[in-house]
Design a protein around this ligand. Structure first.
Ligand SMILES: Cc1cc2nc3c(=O)[nH]c(=O)nc-3n(C[C@H](O)[C@H](O)[C@H](O)COP(=O)(O)OP(=O)(O)OC[C@H]3O[C@@H](n4cnc5c(N)ncnc54)[C@H](O)[C@@H]3O)c2cc1C
Ligand code: SF4
Length: 494
């Protein structure tokens, strides 16, 4: 334990951030990691509980009390080594993880949790700055070849672990750049893309081969996808991969967005959030787009209250939107949780993101009924209030429209951010992989194997839309399962 009385002496400290007015003028990250002294003091707040609930609450089981203590003692390099034992990419999670570990922190019962994520952020940023993050090249090669399909956090973690175990890994990606939703979903102001680029360089040094602009699936679906692009695309069938590789891991994410097929859906100005966000990330990367969806000077309505919706809010404000409104179907959650009831689990409570702080009207318990426009362009949205009532027939609670509550919202850009329903089914069809009842690839978390010989699945494609930290966990665990499958045993961690 760092300092026995640390939790009594020091308050939790939030990371500093550039003020909204200034940060809205650019696309860069605006959160500053803690200084060394601040991080040491925050590490001193850790009580090194006998049973560290934070460790269990973290999906990659980060060994949190140990690195808190090491930071407090100024042993940063060792803290970085401990951090890397369980997490390939702490610079991603240190920036964008919602930090379920902090909900589980024992100090959170009657005080503010230890600032675990901010300490993680400080450790890895110092590690990169000092040049401590080095390639870990395998000492021997196994002669086995593995294909990983999809380069989000699950695919990257899986590929890195397998390369370190000595396998020849090729990571296939249909996009023109590596990173999955880290690259083309999450905006630069939350995660600058050089964070991905330097990991890609490290992985190349460790022997991973990257093949971007390569679609894996049947030829017809690949050609249809190619028609939507302005760059060349290579198409490879699952059969080609199976012939060439000893194992294939599908980490293609859950890319089918939830739609709202309501009257007026066809109007110009009604878009999926991902189309809007992807385009902006491409522009920040230096690409030129012909018809970028712009929020400049518009009344923007974001439908859906999660991370994706919040990223649309931040992006719209940076474009210079006239107004931004965000609707959520569910009722407004309480400002703070009832900790004795919720600890150490992730509580439902009102969450205000940095994008919300930059300017946004939020409304809850609202359903959308139709989109109305003129000359083919959306101008307003008809919405209504909803409430939870008990269904007499089934006894279950259901959402019901409040009679006479209909209202209009002015909107010339509408963005759907209601989540993702499943992976793209055509890709799973092409592999012949069975689905669970939600349309995800069916595979368990013991061996990550699908019904098809030597085909594995991990990340959002297997568990449904989730979080970066869960994708990293699944990528790591699937790598171990593949290593065991190929070699009969594995020394990779689970
Ligand atoms: C806008 C947005 C914001 C988010 N913000 C956060 C956040 O702040 N914190 C957080 O923890 N999580 C966040 N998430 C969720 C998180 O990004 C995902 O859970 C995570 O990226 C899933 O990782 P993955 O590797 O399984 O899949 P993905 O990141 O989706 O990557 C899958 C990759 O596979 C590729 N692919 C798919 N099919 C094929 C094919 N047939 N051939 C070749 N390549 C293929 C795709 O192009 C993609 O690059 C956010 C999600 C979105 C959409
Ligand atoms: S990865 Fe997420 S859950 Fe794990 S320690 Fe970091 S912030 Fe906490």
């Amino acid at each position: 334990m760092g300092k026995t009385t640390g939790f009594l002496e020091y308050q939790r400290l939030s990371e500093a951030a550039e003020e909204p007015k200034k940060r809205l003028k650019h696309w860069r990250e605006f959160v500053l990691h803690l200084t060394e002294d601040e991080a040491r003091q925050q590490g001193a707040r850790c009580m090194d509980c006998g049973i560290p609930f934070c460790n269990n609450a973290c999906p990659v089981n980060n060994i949190i009390p140990d690195w808190n203590d090491l930071v407090y003692r100024n042993r940063w390099r060792e803290a970085l080594d401990v951090l890397h034992l369980t997490n390939n990419f702490p610079e991603f999670t240190g920036r964008i993880c919602p930090a379920p570990c902090e909900a589980g922190c024992t100090l959170n019962i009657n005080d503010d949790a230890v600032g675990i994520k901010s300490i993680e952020h400080a450790i890895i940023d110092r590690g990169w700055a000092e040049g401590w993050v080095e390639p870990q090249r395998a000492t021997h090669k196994t002669g086995k070849k593995v294909a990983v399909v999809g380069s989000g956090p699950a695919g990257m973690a899986c590929a890195q672990q397998l390369a370190r175990a000595g396998h020849a890994v090729t990571l296939f990606e249909k996009n023109d750049r590596i990173g999955g939703l880290l690259r083309y979903g999450i905006p630069d102001f939350k995660l600058e893309k050089q964070q991905i680029d330097r990991r890609v360089a490290q992985m190349q040094d460790e022997g991973v081969t990257f093949q971007t602009s390569t679609y894996i699936g049947d030829t017809e679906a690949g050609e249809a996808y190619a028609a939507t692009l302005n760059h060349a695309l290579t198409i490879k069938t699952p059969k080609e991969l199976e012939d060439e590789f000893d194992a294939v891991v599908i980490t293609g994410g859950a890319e089918t967005p939830r739609d709202l097929p309501l009257p007026g859906r066809e109007l110009a100005g009604v878009h999926f959030a991902m189309d809007f966000l992807r385009q902006q990330n491409k522009v920040v990367a230096g690409d030129r787009l012909k018809d970028q969806i712009s929020a400049a000077g518009k009344h923007v309505l974001v439908i859906g209250g999660g991370d994706t919706g919040s990223d649309c809010v931040g992006t719209s404000n940076r474009h210079g939107a006239k107004s931004v409104t965000q609707l959520e179907l569910m009722p407004q959650p309480p400002e703070s949780e009832n900790k004795p009831l919720t600890w150490p689990y992730w509580p439902t409570r009102l969450r205000t993101s940095s994008s919300h702080e930059e300017g946004c009207d939020r409304d809850w318990a609202v359903t959308t009924k139709s989109f109305v426009g003129k000359n083919g362009k959306v101008e307003k949205v008809i919405a209504a209030r909803v409430e939870w009532v008990r269904d007499d027939a089934t006894g279950q609670m259901k959402l019901q429209e409040v009679e006479g509550s209909e209202f209009e919202i002015k909107a010339d850009l509408v963005l759907f951010a209601m989540g993702f329903v499943s992976p793209v089914q055509k890709v799973l069809d092409a592999f012949g992989v069975e689905r669970d009842n939600r349309g995800n690839a069916r595979a368990n978390t013991d061996d990550y194997r699908t019904n098809v010989d030597k085909i594995f699945a991990a990340g959002d494609v297997r568990r449904g839309q989730s979080l970066v930290v869960w994708a990293i966990r699944e990528g790591r665990q699937a790598a171990r399962a593949v290593d065991e499958f190929l070699m009969g045993a594995s020394e990779l961690p689970r």
